[in-house]
Design a protein around this ligand. Structure first.
Ligand SMILES: [Zn+2]
Length: 210
């Protein structure tokens, strides 16, 4: 079985950043489920077309399809995998435990209030897709991408009630996952209020002590 490390946390908790940092340090493959879906849809694969039609119908993508996607996207010679945005449901968590050697599940905890203000501060480059945040990753020049000079914008679903609804759903969903992984003895909770480097250091130390 392949080693796996999981990052759980709401958007704005910095889990994607930590997953990326850890992937660079460990050589593990970083698997972001949202990105995988977008890649498959953009590439027009059979799986991508299926997912596209499900989303167009307004239905949720089934656990089985998520598993197919995960299985079809793994690199053969990576020492391990870092899951970001997966699992989302208890069934996905069971699948994970059954198919991978889960070393740790890092939960980056953040209050609902802070989560909302962090999401509202997000900006994305319209040209290259680089992510910024007016609180934690401020662009050098206001409204301009540091990487390519493109214009920064706010995603339509990063405003107002759409955020509140998403935050609420996230906490309801994640509560069950935390309980599940805590019982398995693999959950490690870190406050997302700590700085990016402090969190990274805590994770490295924890992994070294496993
Ligand atoms: Zn850019």
């Amino acid at each position: 079985m392949t080693d796996a490390i999981v990052f759980l946390g709401i958007q704005g908790s910095g889990k994607g950043t930590q997953a990326k940092i850890l992937a660079e340090k460990s050589g593990y493959q970083h698997v972001n489920i949202g990105d995988l879906f977008r890649e498959q849809i953009a590439g027009g694969s059979k799986l991508g077309l299926e997912v596209k039609s499900i989303i167009a119908r307004g239905d949720l993508v089934s656990d089985e399809l998520v598993f197919d996607l995960v299985n079809s996207s793994l690199c053969a010679d990576c020492p391990g995998i870092i899951f970001d945005g997966f699992p989302r449901t208890p069934a996905q968590a069971e699948f994970l435990m059954a198919n991978y050697r889960v070393k740790r599940v890092y939960y980056l905890s953040l209050s609902e209030e802070d989560a909302i203000s962090r999401i509202e501060a997000r900006r994305v480059c319209g040209d290259c897709g680089e992510n910024f945040n007016l609180i934690s990753r401020i662009p050098k020049q206001e409204g301009v991408c540091d990487v390519c000079g493109g214009q920064l914008k706010q995603r339509a679903d990063d405003t107002g009630d759409a955020i509140k609804q998403r935050v609420k759903e996230f906490y309801a969903q994640t509560y069950a996952l935390k309980e599940f992984f805590a019982k398995k003895g693999v959950l490690h909770t870190i406050s997302a209020d700590n700085g990016i480097q402090d969190i990274g250091r805590e994770i490295m130390q924890d992994l070294q002590n496993l």
